[in-house]
Design a protein around this ligand. Structure first.
Ligand code: GTP
Ligand code: MG
Length: 328
């Protein structure tokens, strides 16, 4: 059985609602990535130079990035050496298998056994931090956890109100200060609240300004320091929120954050709004930070745990849609 068929078998046994959400969240990537690959079926002869050139263009346009695209193509060529002839579907199987191998697999277990577990959410302006905090809160509430939110963005006008609205929709407590207040003092209040109210998960929103590196570093390290002083081991997780529509630029933002603070994972938002879903592989391959969650829409339910098989299945759906005669 080919790799794509194996993927299909693996994912169709899973939760149907999850599958459908994944698939519709990747509609745009499926159209531009999967269907364009599928289009190569017409006139395909072998893995020759023309084919590799076209393939490179599709990989780059999906934001896989030059380094990672080269690695995928080299691996595909290496794998194809084991065969005398390969038809188009077999080449696609080897391609997607190569993408999976370059991504590398490790199932990340997020342990929530410590109460309170403190999660700090960081990232640049507008990347989707506040919305992701609300989506995480929703996810953990569904798991039966006691959740509280901390409005650590005291910088942007309206930020506290925005998180407060989510908190009231979710019916979870929110710990907040005043606009302009030192965010670290709000985090301290949040920790104290969590300890005295048996909160399991404390989710801390932060401001999104990417000022100069030194300021950002000072601010983040101060926040981490105060959290650690209040609750042993806190923050247990620091997750970077990245807007997937910013492409390679997002990758450089991620590396700046990665240089100045230790990150435990990435929440990649707005995947539903981009056709460039290859960014997932680039991030993992270049930064070695796992993508933990994907934002596939604006609603509370639209945050999905990253699953390599579901992801690959979703973006490559279009390959088989293009039939022998080129008719979709
Ligand atoms: N389509 C889509 N929109 C999203 C997603 N995540 C966030 N958004 C939208 O992106 C916009 C910005 O989201 P916020 O959560 O306010 O971003 P932020 O990082 O907190 O922004 P600042 O506080 O200004 O730094 C909002 O309109 C969200 O609804 C997603 O996964 N998909
Ligand atoms: Mg915000």
């Amino acid at each position: 059985m080919g790799f794509l068929d194996k993927l299909k078998q693996l994912v169709t046994g899973k939760n149907k609602k999850d599958n459908d959400q994944y698939l519709s969240g990747f509609d745009k990537t499926k159209e531009s990535f999967g269907k364009r690959l599928g289009g190569f079926r017409l006139g395909f002869k072998s893995i020759n130079e023309d084919f590799l050139e076209e393939l490179m263009i599709v990989l780059l346009e999906s934001d896989i990035g030059i380094t990672t695209a080269n690695e995928i193509i080299s691996l595909l060529q290496k794998k194809s050496k084991n065969y005398v002839v390969l038809n188009f579907d077999e080449v696609m199987d080897l391609l997607v298998e190569s993408m999976a191998e370059i991504y590398g697999e490790e199932a990340i277990e997020i342990s929530l056994s410590v109460s309170p577990t403190v999660i700090m959410v960081v990232g640049v302006n507008g990347s989707g931090k506040t919305t992701s905090c609300a989506k995480l809160a929703y996810k953990y509430l569904q798991m039966g956890k006691r959740v509280a939110l901390v409005a650590g963005d005291t910088f942007r006008a309206g930020a506290i109100e925005q998180l407060s609205m989510w908190a009231s929709r979710l019916n979870v407590p929110i710990i907040k200060g005043k606009e302009g207040q030192d965010p670290s003092s709000v985090l301290v209040d949040g920790c104290r609240y969590a300890k005295t109210n048996n909160i399991d998960i404390l989710i801390c929103d932060t401001a999104g300004r990417l000022q100069n590196k030194a300021n950002l570093m000072n601010e983040l390290s101060k926040m981490k320091r105060v959290l650690g002083r209040e609750i042993e081991g806190a923050p247990h997780y620091t997750w970077l929120v990245l807007d997937s529509t910013t492409g390679q630029n997002g990758l450089s933002q991620a590396s700046i954050f990665n240089e100045i603070t230790s990150l435990d994972g990435i929440i990649l938002t707005k995947m539903d709004g981009t056709s460039k879903g290859g960014i997932v592989i680039a991030i993992k391959n270049i930064l070695k930070i796992p993508v933990l969650f994907l934002g596939l829409g604006e609603g509370l339910e639209d945050l999905k745990e990253f699953d390599l098989n579901m992801y690959l299945y979703s973006i490559t759906q279009g390959i088989k849609d293009v039939k022998e005669d080129g008719i979709l």
